[in-house]
Design a protein. Structure first.
Length: 398
């Protein structure tokens, strides 16, 4: 089977998502995968140029020998005009791939590239699966474009041959946005026990960042958004004033500079550890250096409604307790008693972590997390995903 992915974000440099995991596992099962992506980081990190040229890459980010082709069409590198230029360059590229690659199915994520793919696919009679991981219109960096993004997103839901949501809670959002119930499926993320194994050694990481044996290390990995509650956790940590409590954040993003400012102005040097982005292969060692992982996004944050970030599966696979705000998607998907302790506000994270350390609950929660991880393998998820795509490509009843 030939699979073409299209998305409005960076396939190569952003933290791996379900799409990356599933695509590489499909390659190892003998399927051919191509991706059309977008250099979303160009404003902060891209090459300084007015126009970018079309680029192609051969990548295998997660699994050995799972190489596939990533195509990045050129754009005008001027804010807002980049989206306008995509209407032309991405439509041209999608047409080109449909003609040359002849995909059996297109998998679309985000807003603009799916919209363009639907228009091409309808003419060429190629089925399109809209694979939803986020409330995408809320992630558009220009707030004034949110209403337009929502309108296009709704059109995408109604146009899809099949809508896949990243978990059952997000499926409800898909239905509210116009997806047909009989054409909507929830396929959760999987867990790679071999990668995030409990045996990973965090000693070198703790030594490098001057973390003592008796320190309590809270941990977050991934893209740092403003709305994730990390600023509130850092400020509360400064108020508590216990030098043994440290927060390690592995990643970068639009909220990084704010965290760095809090670190400098609140006297958290050495306690708020900002490592920047790290290669995915190094993340297990950083996780091994942690005591408790955190997911502190405010419960009322619109972007997080119904979402289950894939990082939470990495956390439990590493047998780490998790402190999370009571996000509806996480509560519905992970539930109680699986190594996760829920708090009401981001600020509550620090004192909850101190309480877990005081009452000796960390080890028990770690065991619960490991038991949950053992029940959710990527192999099972890929089996379901593969069969779903075969059915869509073959025109079978869903």
């Amino acid at each position: 089977m030939k699979i073409l992915y299209v998305q409005d974000t960076d396939w190569i440099r952003r933290n791996p998502m379900q799409h990356n995991h599933l695509a590489e596992r499909m390659v190892l099962r003998g399927h051919e995968v191509r991706v059309i992506d977008y250099e979303i980081l160009w404003r902060a990190e891209g090459k300084k140029e007015l126009f970018s040229k079309r680029q192609t890459f051969r990548v295998a980010r997660l699994l050995r020998d799972a190489y596939h082709t990533v195509i990045r069409p050129g754009i005008v590198k001027i804010p807002l005009l980049d989206y306008v230029s995509m209407l032309f360059t991405y439509t041209q590229e999608i047409n080109r791939q449909v003609g040359e690659f002849k995909p059996d199915v297109i998998i679309a994520d985000c807003i603009l590239t799916p919209f363009l793919a639907f228009r091409v696919a309808k003419r060429k009679h190629v089925p399109v699966v809209y694979y939803v991981l986020d409330v995408s219109h809320k992630l558009i960096p220009f707030r004034l474009l949110h209403p337009l993004g929502r309108m296009i997103e709704r059109w995408n839901f109604r146009s899809a041959d099949l809508v896949i949501s990243g978990h059952s809670g997000l499926r409800e959002y898909c239905l509210r946005m116009g997806a047909a119930p009989e054409k909507t499926r929830a396929i959760t993320a999987g867990i790679d026990v071999s990668r995030f194994r409990p045996a990973a050694d965090g000693a070198e990481v703790r030594k490098k960042y001057k973390i003592d044996r008796n320190d309590l290390v809270l941990f977050f990995v991934g893209w740092i958004h403003h709305f994730q509650g990390l600023k509130e956790v850092a400020i509360e940590m400064a108020k508590v004033g216990d030098s043994r409590i440290k927060l390690m954040v592995v990643g970068d993003g639009d909220g990084y500079d704010d965290l760095d400012k809090i670190r400098r102005e609140s006297g958290l040097n050495g306690r708020l550890i900002l490592t920047g982005r790290k290669p995915y292969d190094e993340v297990p060692s950083f996780l091994a250096a942690a005591d408790i992982c955190i997911l502190p996004s405010p419960q009322d944050e619109p972007v997080m409604q119904g979402i289950v970030p894939i990082k939470i599966y990495d956390y439990v696979t590493a047998r780490k307790p998790v402190i999370s705000t009571r996000l509806s998607g996480v509560v519905n998907e992970i539930g109680e008693g699986n190594g996760i302790v829920y708090v009401e506000r981001p600020e509550d994270t620090v004192r909850q972590a101190m309480e877990l350390a005081r009452n000796g609950a960390i080890k028990q929660l770690a065991e619960q997390a490991g038991q949950f991880a053992a029940r959710h393998s990527w192999d099972k998820v890929t089996d379901e995903f593969e069969q779903t795509l075969l059915n869509v490509a073959g025109g079978k009843e869903l």
